[in-house]
Each structure stands twice: as C-alpha cells, then as structure tokens.
Design a protein. Structure first.
Length: 454
C-alpha cells in the first residue's frame, strides 16, 4: 500500500462531515432492478441538506482550516453544488465565503448559495473561467481557496460515502458506478472501497460531451478538453484534478460515456422508483449502469450507484421529459414524405400498426408532397425500431430517422408552422382524445372524406 493511499484512508476515517451532513440511505431501486435483472441500489446523496454530496467535502475542508485561515475568508469556484456546500459550511463555522459561479449555473443553485449566507459572484461561461477568476480573488484579497475536487480534505469528505455504503450493504457490491466531474467523488469513494474490497469494480460515468477522465486515462495523462457540453453542468469540467487523476488511475477500472438522452431516461427511472427528480449530473451513475449492464449482459449482480445531486431548475424538466423516451428507446422521430392529399396521413397512421403517434408536426405547403415530423412510440427497443423502419420501407415511404439528430430533437419540432400556402376556408379547432394506440387513427377516420388537415 502506497503511503499516499494509507494517508487518504486515514483522512477518510477521521473526516468531519456529520455536523451538517446526514448518513443517507442506500435504497433498492425495485423497478429498475426488476427491469435490468440485477440488484440496483441507490446511495441517496440527493437527500443531503444541500441536495448533493458536496457538503461532505466542503465542510471537512473548512473544518480543518486554522483560525488564521478562517479569518481571511474562503473563496471557491463551483457550478453550484460545491458552492452550496461551502456556503452552508461557512455559515455553520462562522467563516465568510465567496463563491464564483459560471453563467450556466442554474438559478436554483445561485439562490441556495445566497440563502446559506454565501456571496455569489457570476463570472465566465464555464467552470474553468469561474475557477480562474476565483484564483485571482484568492491572490488579490488574500482569501483561502477551497478547491471543489483537487484537495485531500475534500476527497476524504466525499470518501465517507464509501464507508456508509459498506456499512449499509450486507456484502461487498460487485460494482459501484460513480459520476465524474473533476474526480473528487470517485477518488474518495473508490479509494476506500478498493482498499477493503479490491474485487469490487469502480466504474466512472461521464457525459459524452465532457469525457475528461475518460480521455485522461486513455492518454495516460491529464488532458485539457477544448470544450465541454453543459447539459450535465455539475460535471462540466475541462480537466480533472492533479491529485484526483493520480488516485483514479490506480482505483478506477473503467469509465463509460453516456448521452443526453440516456441521462434523461435515467432521471425518469429514478423518479419512477423514488418520486425524486435528479439533476443531470446526479443521474449519470444510473445512466452508466444501465448502459454497462446491457452491453455486458450482466445478470443478478449487486450494483450500487450514487444519486449525487437533485438541484435541477424547474424549467429544464420539459426538456428532460421530451428526451427521456428517446433515451430509453421508446420513441422514434421521423421526417416522412406523404402525398399532399386528403387521407394520406390517415394511411400513414395505418401503416405504423398498433403504435401511438406521440407527436405530429405539419403545415400545408402548397406542393404535391407533404413533409411530416412525427414521433412514434415503441416498446420493443432497437428491434422494434428496426421493424418499424423496415415496414415503412416496404410500403415505399420516403423518410429520415431523426431519432439521433440533435437539431431535430431540440429545435425542429418547434419550427413547423406559419402561414399555410394555398390554404383556403381554413378553420382552427382543438380536439382531445384518449392517449392510447389507435386513438389518432380513429379520430382521422371519424372526420370523413370532406375534410383535410392543413
């Protein structure tokens, strides 16, 4: 055992976190377990007072400051969750805190920092820009900088989650899936688990638009990504920490990347099991374990993941709901060409069989052909998707599968409409009918031959 590793385990065992943090439950995700044929447990860090695991490392860091350091005040950079942890820890310990947060930080996190007594400064379009400004404040104003992940006290605080998992789980888990941003969480938890049970797999999960640790482990050194996506804002970091990378390269078995759609589907999965809405970064572990289990055909394994945050803006929920069905493989988005004549869309509805139209966007264009943007619900995953596309090809439909097209998923559905060309005697109606397969077809059939949808 390396001296550094032994020192970190000692730090974890003596970490001070429970003045503000709670020992969160390890709950079995019954619906997810049944669907995946494995035993999936959720370590509920979303239930912390700041709705994130970050309070552990933040408090442990501030608690270990000297009186002289405390008197200088603390400055930090964060996309939100570390910020709340620092603010609450500071108010508990009587330390003034200033947190620099990027413009992409959800309002709910900014307001929480202010409510906990921290001073929030909004600066930069990414965590890295906020980080650079926080280091400027550290130098100019003589404050103590509290790093969100590359600090042994922070890493040790997060490592207490590993202690709790082993106390709460009757046997060593087969694998633990852990979201990665800068690497503090996986370094702390992974070190403790591997120290006691080296056969337990430690699998990191990152969003495919922020594969920071994935690339670092692949290249054998820390890399700086030119850009990162901010959908999972809590893990949107361009470079992992120096300390966290040095630890992770020894204790992380592998890193899996997940998409936005897969992350949204994971948020829905956790909601169905717990009635809790996670933020995207908080659901990465669930998204990763679902993907890994499917790819490796795991059966009857004991699996743990950390639901590490629930600070989601309310206005993001619509986007999550729209993308969840695609992430679960339960919806196909199609751009279909049909004849511009009465009854052609009704015939298309017949062509898809006993499936529901989840979305229908169209506007009369005055040409001989109509372009329809339609969503079709499926339940059989990739196999049914391929069957649907083959059926449409056999019936000589011209179409494009837009299910993996980001522009279509984000924007196209809202761009259909406007003034109809060559439309006369148009009436506008609103209809309501049951949400079940065949309901739209029944409605179209009931309209009669004298009407056309414009």
């Amino acid at each position: 055992m390396h001296t550094t590793e032994k020192s970190l385990i000692e730090r974890i065992l003596t970490a001070r976190v429970y003045d503000v943090a709670i020992e969160t439950p390890l709950d079995k995700a019954r619906n997810l377990s049944e669907r995946l044929n494995n035993h999936v447990h959720l370590k509920r860090e979303d239930l912390q007072p700041v709705f994130s695991f970050k309070i552990r490392g933040a408090f442990n860091k501030l608690f270990h400051l000297s009186e002289a350091e405390r008197s200088k005040g603390v400055v930090a950079a964060s996309a939100g969750n570390h910020a709340q942890g620092i603010a609450l820890a500071g108010s508990t310990l009587g330390i003034e805190t200033t947190i620099v947060m990027p413009t992409v930080t959800p309002d709910i996190k900014i307001k929480a920092v202010q409510a906990f007594g921290g001073k929030a400064i909004i600066h930069g379009d990414s965590f890295d820009e906020a980080y650079a400004y926080a280091r400027e404040l550290e130098e100019k104003q003589g404050m103590v900088f509290a790093h969100p992940f590359d600090d042994f006290d922070v890493i040790a605080g997060q490592g207490t989650i590993g202690m709790e998992i082993l106390r709460q789980h009757p046997t060593p888990p087969d694998a633990i899936f852990i979201a990665i941003g800068g690497g503090g969480l996986i370094s702390g938890v992974g070190s403790y688990i591997k120290y006691l049970y080296p056969n337990t797999k430690i699998i990191g999960v990152e969003h495919e638009e922020a594969p920071t640790m994935y690339m670092a482990l692949k290249e054998g050194e820390r890399v700086i990504l030119p850009r990162v996506g901010t959908f999972a804002d809590g893990t949107a970091v361009k470079q992992v920490g120096e300390k966290t990378f040095a630890i992770a390269r020894h204790i992380v078995d592998e890193v899996i990347l997940v998409s936005t759609d897969e992350t949204c589907a994971a948020i829905k999965d956790v909601f169905e099991d717990t009635r809790t809405l996670l933020e995207p970064a908080g659901a990465l572990g669930v998204a990763g374990l679902k993907k890994y289990i499917t790819e490796h055909n795991w059966q009857d394994k004991d699996i743990v993941t950390i639901t590490c945050g629930a600070n989601i803006n309310f206005d993001r929920m619509r986007h999550v709901a729209e993308r969840a069905e695609l992430g679960e493989g339960r919806e196909v988005l199609l751009a279909v060409t049909i004849p511009e004549q009465p009854g052609s869309f009704r015939q298309f509805c017949r062509s898809i069989g006993n499936r529901s139209i989840s979305e229908f966007n169209y506007r009369h264009s005055g040409s001989h052909q109509a372009k329809v943007f339609a969503g079709v619900k499926i339940s059989g995953g990739q196999t049914e998707r391929e069957n649907l596309l083959n059926d449409l090809q056999a019936q000589h439909y011209s179409f494009i599968d837009m299910s993996n097209n980001e522009v279509a998923k984000i924007h196209l559905r809202y761009m259909v409409g406007g003034h109809g060309q060559g439309v006369e005697n148009e009436l506008l109606y609103r209809f309501m009918f049951p949400e079940r397969p065949g309901a739209l077809l029944h409605f179209l059939t009931s309209m009669g031959e004298g009407w056309d949808i414009s």
